[in-house]
Write a protein that binds this ligand. Structure first.
Ligand code: CP
Ligand code: NVA
Length: 306
């Protein structure tokens, strides 16, 4: 059975297949074509954290494909409180063709993979955001054509989005650079794990802006305080302030570089208005692409030809 839990579960060929599906779906929507490939099928989404893009893109994707989508908060689902996780997972799996989850602990998604009996999609955990990373590399490919050998620079926290992007870049031959304070890097455990899965990784870490941004194709950032880290917000604000993506920082990169952000953004914190609204920004192309990727992922995990 196919899941999208960790990117390393996919092969590069799987990613290429998912990108091709997303492209077909996007071209179709532009022509007013919405193939009804999921009639009678049900997606159930259970989220422990807020979401605009992930939740709605999966809802819209499933509805445009002719299927239905159900949303439950983790509290309403009773996970861990009212019922044991494995029981909830089995019951939901009995009603659903596919499940998308957003959680704090990665273990909760792993448990669903083990017990639900249907494909499970990781819609973000504290550790990973694979749907976002796939969308971002797909978007990069749309903009640049061929992406192998290009340089992708993530400025800011080595968080869940950064780890998934680092992994996805390595799988697609894109050079990933994390420009971050030393105490907020990807971590030896993560790097050892990726190395054990992938034959070749292209990941470096630095605090030197000029070195990081030289020859960059993409400059990416995300919030300094992720969901669940609110108590650390003030301390993080101090440490990350010099890592703001603003005009001065962007000057260190070629004029052809594009600015990306998974959103939601804290304008005036990790990125200034001039940059997010500026000519190099492709953040809303990324956001729209979440839906095309969501369709592709639903079709791919369910092994539906499209
Ligand atoms: N980028 C992203 O996952 O956005 P949401 O938190 O709104 O789903
Ligand atoms: N790193 C952010 C991503 C939100 C899409 C978070 O986890 O809150």
């Amino acid at each position: 059975m196919r899941h999208l839990n960790a990117l390393v579960d996919l092969s590069t060929t799987d990613i290429e297949e998912i990108f091709a599906l997303a492209k077909r779906m996007k071209t179709g929507v532009a022509k007013g074509i919405r193939p009804q490939l999921m009639p009678g099928r049900v997606l159930t989404q259970i989220f422990e954290k807020p979401s605009l893009r992930t939740r709605l893109s999966f809802d819209a994707a499933m509805m445009q494909l002719g299927g239905s989508s159900i949303f439950l908060s983790a509290k309403d689902a009773g996970i861990g409180g009212r019922e044991a996780v494995q029981d909830v997972a089995r019951v939901i799996g009995g009603y659903s063709d596919v499940i998308a989850l957003r959680t704090f602990s990665q273990q909760l998604i792993d448990d669903f993979v083990q017990y639900a009996g249907v494909p499970v999609i990781n819609g973000l955990s504290d550790d990973r955001h694979p749907c976002q990373a796939l969308t971002d590399l797909f978007t990069m490919q749309e903009v640049f054509g061929s992406i192998a050998g290009k340089k992708f620079v993530f400025v800011g926290d080595g968080n869940n989005v950064a780890t998934s992007l680092a992994t996805c870049c390595s799988m697609l031959g894109v050079e990933f650079v994390l420009c971050a304070p030393e105490e907020y890097r990807l971590g030896a455990d993560f790097l050892d794990r990726v190395k054990s899965y992938l034959p070749k990784i292209h990941i470096t870490e630095t605090s030197n802006f000029a070195e990081a941004l030289k020859d960059a194709a993409v400059i990416y950032t995300d919030v300094w305080t992720s969901m669940g880290q609110e108590a650390e917000a003030e301390a993080r604000q101090q440490v990350f302030q010099p890592f703001q993506v603003n005009e001065n920082l962007l000057k260190l990169a070629p004029a052809s570089a594009r600015f990306m952000h998974c959103l939601p953004a804290k304008r005036g914190k990790e990125v200034t208005d001039e940059i997010i609204d500026g000519p190099q920004s492709i953040v809303f192309q990324q956001a729209e692409n979440r839906m095309h990727l969501a369709k592709a992922l639903i079709l791919w995990v369910l092994e539906v030809n499209a």
